[in-house]
Design a protein around this ligand. Structure first.
Ligand code: GTP
Ligand code: MG
Length: 362
């Protein structure tokens, strides 16, 4: 109505002021009349858009938890759907954990546990390896995958504080074939997370042998997380390793990583198609499935990390996460300062609230 009122006013002023400039007032009136109809249509279309935008929900990000929720009802492959309490627990456990690289292994016979076993088999009493006194044996999980699929980035994402900091434990590089050996990260004395050299075109035969022997022989190994390219899907090397894992009877799960490479609105359809045309549904063992983004340079984009952490802890036999206490890491000076600041802010808020209450009473 307001627009129409303004419009009429404009028509009046145009007719009177433009005659002197040689414009035909009737033409102008008819043009304005048509415009009035158009304006009315436009204004009602705009209010319709406003109405719709108020009622329709904004598109949610199709992130790791969203995809898990979606495929929980749609796929034969199991997925984890976490409660907010599970999320809180896994974040606390990892954020509190002291994390360190215990061993970098090029030769499986030198791996603690294996050295002892090798020595026992050879009839020797003293294995005498350099790693012998560097810690007790813990449950282990390994990240497997093609070169460049994001194994080391995922190691960093799994062991870093979710949103605030990206600690770099494992070295990451754009060029494929970067991690040369098996790296064992001790997480809070609870388990060891093993980063492995990638397989595929850039993988070296001796690295393949090392990893395969580890998979076949390691008694501490509780689960493998096979990382797949979330953009391109499985290739022949992935199929070979999947078949080998099934054949060896090794427990494994799969992670579709780099989901950011697929546009948010196409993700569901992309993964539905990718899974249905892969060999995943035909495997004798149905692996648990995860969707993640382990990107290092944009922490807000990281997703699906707590689901994998939860899967790791469960595989390692830790089911009561509420009471699980890792070996704690020492806080940095900055973290300590932040904690003190938070405590003081809470104190002053409390004091303020108390003062307000007393003021209201009086
Ligand atoms: N877009 C995107 N890039 C990623 C993601 N995760 C890792 N990258 C990038 O992928 C490249 C390879 O990452 P790495 O973590 O080194 O991969 P890797 O599997 O350990 O590679 P190798 O050790 O060579 O086998 C790096 O440039 C990473 O920044 C992700 O979730 N999304
Ligand atoms: Mg690597």
């Amino acid at each position: 109505m307001k627009e129409l009122y303004l419009f009429r006013h404009a028509a009046r002023s145009v007719t009177s002021s433009n005659v002197s400039r040689g414009l035909d007032p009737n033409k102008i009136r008819s043009w304005l009349d048509n415009s009035s109809d158009h304006l009315q249509e436009t204004s009602s279309a705009i209010s319709e858009i406003h109405r719709k935008s108020k009622t329709s929900k904004p598109t949610s990000p199709i992130d790791g938890p969203y995809l898990n929720n979606y495929f929980a009802n749609k796929s034969d492959l199991p997925v984890s759907v976490l409660t907010s309490m599970d999320r809180g627990n896994v974040s606390r456990i990892i954020n509190d954990s002291e994390i360190r690289l215990d061993w970098s292994i090029y030769d499986l016979n030198k791996l603690p546990g294996e050295d002892r076993r090798a020595a026992a088999e050879a009839g020797l009493d003293q294995p005498g390896t350099s790693h012998e006194n560097k810690g007790q044996l813990l449950p282990e999980v390994i990240l497997l995958g093609r070169c460049n699929v994001g194994k080391s980035s995922l190691v960093n994402a799994l062991m870093s504080n979710n949103k605030q900091s990206a600690t770099t434990y494992a070295k990451v590089k754009q060029s494929a074939g970067y991690t040369p050996c098996l790296n064992f990260y001790n997480v809070g004395g609870l388990f060891r997370l093993v980063d492995s050299p990638g397989y595929g075109v850039k993988g070296k035969p001796w690295q393949g042998e090392l990893t395969m022997r580890y998979l076949a022989e390691r008694r501490e190994l509780k689960n493998c997380f096979l990382i797949l390219n979330g953009d391109l899907g499985l290739n022949k090397y992935d199929e070979l390793i999947l078949e080998a894992l099934v054949e060896m009877g090794v427990q494994f799960d799969i992670i579709f990583n780099k989901i950011d490479k697929i546009k948010n609105e196409s993700r569901i359809q992309h993964y539905e198609e990718l899974i249905s045309r892969s060999i995943l549904n035909d495997l004798k063992i149905k692996p648990r499935m995860y969707f993640a983004n382990s990107i290092e340079n944009d922490l807000k984009q990281r997703t699906g990390i707590n689901e994998i952490r939860y899967g790791i802890l469960q595989s390692c036999g830790y089911s009561d996460l509420q009471t699980l206490k890792p070996r704690r890491r020492r806080k940095t000076i900055n973290e300590t300062i932040e904690k003190i600041k938070e405590k003081n802010a809470r104190k002053s808020l409390k004091a303020q609230a108390k003062a307000n209450l007393q003021h209201d009473i009086h």
